[in-house]
Ligand binder design. Structure first.
Ligand SMILES: CC(C)[C@H](C(=O)O)[C@@H](O)C(=O)O
Ligand code: SF4
Length: 469
């Protein structure tokens, strides 16, 4: 019998029932936030059901929260819909006895930053959240999937999820990356290579020495963006880097339980003879920093590259799509991407708001100044990341350089709170989506790494971080 992949192993360990190809799997951890849960709780209540495992559920407030004045509390949130969602979540979790880090609590932050930080996210687990970027948690070798609101209700009620098993896809990333290249560039390179539908129907496991060399923060960035390649989840097998990160977290196993957990976690890897349905290889040594030029995460270009010319595409559909994207983005075919002058910079989001991301951006910002026409902001992923950054003096570096230093939340990753682009504004952003209107109506988003976003802030246009003097 052929060996098993990491995905197969986690799947098999959680399989409750199977019929006609459809399965029921047990869910170890259910993360919830204010946007995708009100209807689910209302549905439960209407059906007279209780939350099955409040102890395996954790709630945060992240999408709607303002990134200034959080100490004033939820009742002071200006937007009525946001305020109502935040108040509803607080009531629902209280009624159900679910642990909740409300806005202003130092442990609160973006759900995909908080789960790992608290040690709630653990290797070998099944994790769900009514949020597409749940794939982030795959960095720990957990099967972590985004689910819809009706599935949120199903998980709240039963602690299980119904689904069909996906296929196995392995992405090898090998070689020594050049300076300035990291996890965000790997992710953009993968999406650029396979497209936003390239991962459809698959769970992607990342393997290779360049993956082994990544920190947990880097692995989270990569798994976070896996959803933008269309895959159901991303995975990295746990190793010493993972275990080091887990050690001593509030919810990590302690004492004898730690040894037992370690032994279990170490069994989660793909067997050498496991069969993958698809595999690709990326040479990390051949990469340079990557940015997006268009309105899809697959619209990727090397920083020494040019805005594409619609005429060079094969199909009429594609030519029309590229023309539309260029018009929306206010770019001209054939111009160097570094000519794009920016108005705003956003360093944050569940892709890149962890301590290592902030350190990378601060290393570039240090002793330099944000260009006078640029408004730049740094939004830590959680209160604990913010506190850590402040303990390291990163806030001072950012402020002295002219960045705004904010309180945690999803912020300008999506236009669901006061942090938004104005129509026509161009933003260098460390987030994960560049769709039309994503950061505000008619706003223009270029995705890139924290170091590259900081470099753009200083240069005032999209810039190669390696060229800064
Ligand atoms: C609001 C939420 C449902 C949404 C998601 O699922 O991804 C958001 O987090 C996003 O990034 O667009
Ligand atoms: S930071 Fe952005 S991508 Fe992440 S959960 Fe929030 S809105 Fe979604």
């Amino acid at each position: 019998m052929a060996g098993k992949t990491l995905y197969d192993k986690i799947w098999d360990a959680h399989l409750v029932a199977e019929r006609d190809g459809e399965s029921v799997i047990y869910i170890d951890l259910h993360l919830i936030h204010e946007v995708t849960t009100p209807q689910a709780f209302a549905g439960l209540r209407a059906a007279g059901r209780a939350v099955r495992r409040p102890d395996r559920t954790l709630a945060v407030a992240d999408h709607n929260v303002p990134t200034e004045g959080q100490a004033k509390g939820v009742d002071a949130v200006a937007d009525e819909e946001a305020r109502l969602q935040l108040q509803t979540l607080a009531r629902n979790v209280k009624d159900a006895g679910i642990e909740f880090f409300p806005m202003g609590d130092i442990r609160n932050g973006i759900v995909h930053v908080v789960g790992p930080e608290q040690g709630r996210t653990q290797p070998g687990m099944t994790i769900v959240c009514g949020d597409s970027h749940t794939s982030t948690h795959g960095a720990f070798g957990a099967l972590a999937q985004g689910i819809g609101t009706s599935e949120v209700e199903h998980v709240l009620a039963t602690q299980t999820l119904r689904q069909r098993k996906a296929r196995n896809f392995r992405v090898w990333i090998e070689g020594e990356p050049p300076p300035g290249v990291g996890a965000k560039d790997y992710a953009l390179a993968v999406i650029g290579a396979i497209g936003t539908a390239g991962g459809t129907g698959y769970v992607i496991e990342y393997a290779g020495d360049a993956i082994r060399a990544l920190s947990m923060e880097g692995r989270m960035t990569l798994c976070n963006l896996t959803i933008e390649a269309g895959a159901r989840a991303g995975l990295v097998a746990p190793d010493e880097t993972t275990f080091d990160y887990m050690r001593g977290r509030p919810a990590s196993p302690k004492g004898g339980a730690w040894e037992l957990a370690l032994e279990n976690w170490k069994s989660f890897f793909s067997d050498p003879d496991a069969k993958f349905d698809r595999e690709i290889r990326i040479d990390a040594a051949a990469l340079i920093p990557m940015v997006t030029w268009g309105t899809s995460p697959e619209d990727v270009v090397r920083i020494d590259g040019f805005v594409p010319d619609p005429a060079t595409y094969e199909t009429a559909d594609k030519r029309a799509a590229v023309e539309k994207a260029l018009a929306y983005m206010g770019l001209t075919a054939g111009q160097p991407i570094t000519e794009a002058r920016i108005d705003r910079v956003f360093i944050g989001s569940c892709t890149n708001s962890r301590i290592e991301d902030l350190r990378a951006a601060a290393a570039i910002a240090k002793g330099r100044k944000v260009a006078s026409h640029v408004a730049a902001m740094v939004v830590p992923g959680s209160g604990l990341v913010k506190a850590q950054a402040e303990a390291e003096g990163l806030d001072v570096i950012f402020r002295e350089a002219g960045f705004d230093w904010r309180e945690p939340g999803c912020s300008m990753c999506l236009a669901m709170n006061p942090d938004k682009l104005q129509p026509g504004e161009r933003c260098a952003s460390t987030s994960n989506r560049n769709f039309e209107g994503r950061q505000g109506r008619a706003g223009r988003t270029h995705l890139m790494s924290p170091a590259m976003a900081a470099a753009a802030a200083i240069a005032g246009h999209i810039a190669d971080v390696r060229d800064l003097d």
